[in-house]
Design a protein around this ligand. Structure first.
Ligand code: AMP
Length: 368
């Protein structure tokens, strides 16, 4: 797997398969243009590898010309095609072979054919290394096709994603995120644990509550538990390195999961960054932060009430509770901005009946 900018790509077509496809096209062009001296019109930038390979295999005399049009932004075709560099010298009366890297919607080909008609060429044919039959919306014949591909976004052998990837000698395709990963967010006592129990069943996700994992370790007197205990007893955050390593280990235990509900993690900016890059290494990411919004006074009362039955010492003492809020306000609340800048923050009213709140959460999660 390779990374280009923010996206991950996996191997799709080997160098050998590319060579076979190129040879196939070259043989057909040689057959069709035996007694002619065509002009190869190379569509920049992506087609330069393919053009170079087929033109070197052309047996007769030929000329080359270049044209540059633009229609792609990121991974989506925009539909509008603009000519960045036109044909020069004139192609009037010539037999032209347009060389494209990929025919997708067909907008580029349409624009080029219009230019060829204006140029009053004698004949034209289209050669493309790749062709996406399902995406093609036009009816112009593509005369020479290296290979058909499905509707994947691909890079390599001249094709790029925002400038990168052209130099790759294999074809890679965009790795689709398979998991649904949700950060369930909100101050202590907002109801994250209660809601996570319902949501994990509904969406078949693995629920990781870092607080629960710490408590489990404390109960079983593990090394990790001993380390976390003093911090937790005071309502302080456990140091990032410890928490991040623990979280990674929990994720690794469930690599075939449909996704995760992260509850109580991330709580700091560096935890959020660590989570993003850890998931990115797997070609995954966070779909959204869903935050339960509840006023603090209501929460203190809720937590003291929970402390009567939960057995959690950090729920029984108001000063510890206040310290947990202080930690939340000073270290954790900023994560709202972290996810907001990625357009991944979704606030949900956390006051009301459990089922009503679940309903509000599901409305958001269904659309992630
Ligand atoms: P919780 O059950 O989420 O309220 O967490 C209880 C306590 O566990 C917190 O007050 C922290 O001491 C510790 N803790 C849980 N998650 C984290 C985290 N992501 N980073 C640091 N400390 C954490």
């Amino acid at each position: 797997m390779i990374q280009l900018h923010d996206l991950f790509f996996e191997t799709f077509i080997s160098e050998t398969e590319i060579n076979q496809a190129v040879n196939g096209v070259a043989v057909k062009i040689n057959d069709d243009y035996k007694k002619k001296s065509p002009v190869f019109l190379i569509v920049l930038n992506g087609a330069f590898f393919f053009a170079s390979d087929i033109i070197q295999k052309f047996n007769g005399n030929c000329e080359m010309s270049f044209i540059k049009v633009a229609s792609y932004e990121g991974t989506k075709s925009t539909g509008d095609v603009t000519t960045v560099m036109g044909v020069e010298p004139s192609l009037k009366g010539r037999d032209v072979i347009v060389v494209e890297d990929i025919v997708d919607s067909g907008n580029t080909i349409e624009a080029i054919i219009k230019i060829l008609q204006q140029e009053e060429v004698n004949s034209y044919k289209i050669a493309s290394m790749f062709y996406k039959p399902k995406a093609y919306t036009k009816s112009y014949k593509i005369d020479y096709i290296g290979m058909d591909i499905a509707n994947d976004f691909i890079v390599g052998y001249g094709l790029d994603y925002n400038g990168l990837g052209r130099n790759l000698n294999k074809i890679y395709k965009l790795k689709q995120q398979k998991m649904k990963n949700i950060v369930l967010f909100g101050p202590p006592g907002a109801g994250k644990g209660t809601q996570a129990e319902v949501l994990k069943e509904k969406y078949n996700l693995v629920h990781i509550s870092t607080g629960d994992v710490f408590r489990f370790n404390i109960k079983n007197e593990t090394e990790l538990g001993m380390l976390a205990k003093s911090f937790m007893d005071h309502g302080d955050l456990v140091p990032d390195e410890v928490t991040i390593d623990m979280l990674k280990a929990e994720v690794e235990k469930n690599t075939d999961a449909n996704g995760f509900i992260f509850d109580g993690f991330p709580r700091t900016n560096s935890q959020a960054k660590a989570l993003d890059s850890f998931l990115a290494e797997k070609g995954e990411g966070i779909n959204g932060m869903v935050a339960l919004e509840v006023a603090e006074d209501l929460l203190v009362a809720r937590l003291l009430k929970r402390g009567e039955t939960s057995g959690r010492s950090d729920d029984q003492d108001e000063s510890k509770i206040r310290n947990r809020f202080n930690e939340y306000e000073t270290k954790t609340a900023i994560l709202k901005d972290y996810y907001k800048t990625q357009n991944k923050y979704f606030g949900v009213d956390g006051v009301g009946g459990v089922e009503d709140i679940t309903g509000r959460l599901c409305e958001v999660i269904d659309n992630l």
